[in-house]
Design a protein around this ligand. Structure first.
Ligand code: PMP
Length: 438
């Protein structure tokens, strides 16, 4: 065989080979890729993706600047793989207070590339081929593909809305689990349940009773709980965030996930963490050391200093964890009023910086396309950003394929925005309303 022939043969053989691993089948679509691009192209006001457009607090950015340009040049080098020692130490101290138990910074805490990587580590570490993982709908969308990538099967259980009879606005508390339905999803195949309280997208803060029910089922069926608590400080109206790990029988089977992005309004830093018993965390360390291995040292140093400050000011009015929810509650109330005023009925969130609202009354403006594969709320949100310049996220993006079509009358807004941004959104909505009625 001449060399040129063998070259063309090998090129051909290479091109016909399937390149995609089977585990990627069916998970190639991602709502954020599509809607972030739409928002960047068309939006005048972006209430879509969940990030603040106001600055992170000075004490945090100052800490970053000090770490960057201060005397310790070693902060530009690798640090401990499972978490920069000052950060894991202060996280252990902080959460010891909240959980009322001793924590070992080296074995009970691990730092991750945002909460996202913490979630990825959990599914890779705990879920085997054939395992089932219970996910409560609506859910932060990445849980489903991450379970599938690990070889597991997601099993969905919905929060069911019970609209108040007195004509009042609905609250996220009106969305509840049916205890019998939840119990029916647990079996010997169930490996874990994912809990997200406060919940993205609804803003639901699970009550002690609801958490008790989940805990009871986890203990009865020997199931792990992956508890995504990234919005733990964003709780309103005097409500309390309860950590399921503090309920009886739960510490040993729970991993708690947090995010400096959400906690300190610095989503771009991508610093997250996971806390739990060593019997679980040791396996997360195995995934971490064989995937990202290490997170940016300077960002970890700055977050450590942020937590030092918060530890000192714990519960005091100057604490950022006290101030931020206060400010966000005002923004929430403002957006509730604004949406209600134009007839986009808001579901009042008890927590997070998201608000889901009913677009039924605005549907007449956006043509329905019979037999379309695309859920109506996707079409509505795309139309709205292209024609009105206002970006939001369709709620059905937070549902499994099988249940998407039941929830196509809602969109999600993020209200962690400057007052001027929220006012600009209100101006768009008011103008739209006037055009509808004129
Ligand atoms: N969990 C939930 C519920 C979220 O809403 C988000 C971010 N939108 C994450 C995890 C990921 O957080 P991070 O940016 O820290 O990776």
């Amino acid at each position: 065989v001449k060399p040129s022939n063998s070259l063309s043969f090998s090129l051909q053989a290479k091109m016909s080979r399937p390149v995609q691993a089977r585990r990627l089948e069916g998970i190639d679509k991602n709502i954020w890729v599509e809607f972030v691009k739409l928002a960047a192209t068309y939006s005048k006001v972006n209430l879509g993706q969940g990030f603040p457009d106001f600055p992170a607090p000075d004490f945090l950015t100052d800490a970053f600047t000090r770490a960057l340009g201060g005397g310790n040049h070693m902060l530009h080098q690798y640090t401990r793989a499972f978490g920069h020692p000052p950060l894991v130490k202060v996280l252990a101290q902080f959460f010891e207070k909240l959980l009322g138990r001793d924590l070992d910074p080296m074995t009970n805490v691990m730092v991750t590339v945002g909460a996202y990587q913490a979630l990825f580590c959990c599914f890779q570490a705990f879920v085997d081929e054939g395992d089932e993982v219970i996910i409560i709908e609506p859910f932060f969308d990445c849980y489903e593909p991450m379970v599938k990538m690990a070889g597991g099967t997601p099993v969905f259980v919905p929060l069911r809305p019970n609209p108040p009879k007195d004509g009042k606005l609905m609250s996220s508390a009106d969305w509840q689990l049916d205890p019998a339905e939840l119990a029916s999803k647990f079996s010997e195949r169930t490996k874990a349940i994912v809990l997200n309280s406060p919940n993205n997208p609804l803003g639901k803060v699970f009550s002690h009773g609801e958490l008790g029910l989940i805990a009871e089922l986890c203990v009865k069926h020997d199931v792990l709980c992956i508890s995504d608590e990234v919005y733990e400080w964003l709780v309103y109206d005097g409500k309390q965030h309860i950590r399921i790990a503090s309920l009886q029988g739960m510490w040993d089977r729970t991993v708690m996930i947090g995010s400096a992005g959400k906690t300190f309004s610095a989503t771009g830093w991508k610093v997250g963490w996971v806390l739990g018993p060593n019997r679980l965390l040791q396996h997360l360390r195995t995934v971490h050391q064989n995937s990202v291995y290490h997170c940016a040292t300077i960002a970890q140093e700055a977050v450590a200093q942020g937590f030092q400050r918060e530890l000192m000011l714990y519960g005091k009015p100057e604490s950022y964890f006290v101030q931020l929810p206060k400010e966000l509650q005002q923004k929430r109330d403002w957006l509730v009023q604004s949406l209600d005023g134009v007839g986009i009925k808001p579901i009042i969130p008890e927590g997070t910086y998201f608000l889901v609202a009913d677009i039924s009354q605005f549907k007449s403006d956006v043509p329905d396309v019979p037999n379309s594969d695309e859920p109506y709320d996707y079409r509505f949100a795309k139309w709205m950003v292209k024609n009105k310049g206002l970006a939001a996220i369709p709620l059905s993006a937070f549902y499994s394929e099988a249940h998407k079509n039941k929830f196509t009358n809602f969109i999600r807004f993020c209200f962690a925005k400057e007052d001027a941004t929220l006012k600009a959104a209100n101006d768009i909505l008011q103008k739209w309303k006037r055009e509808k009625t004129s």
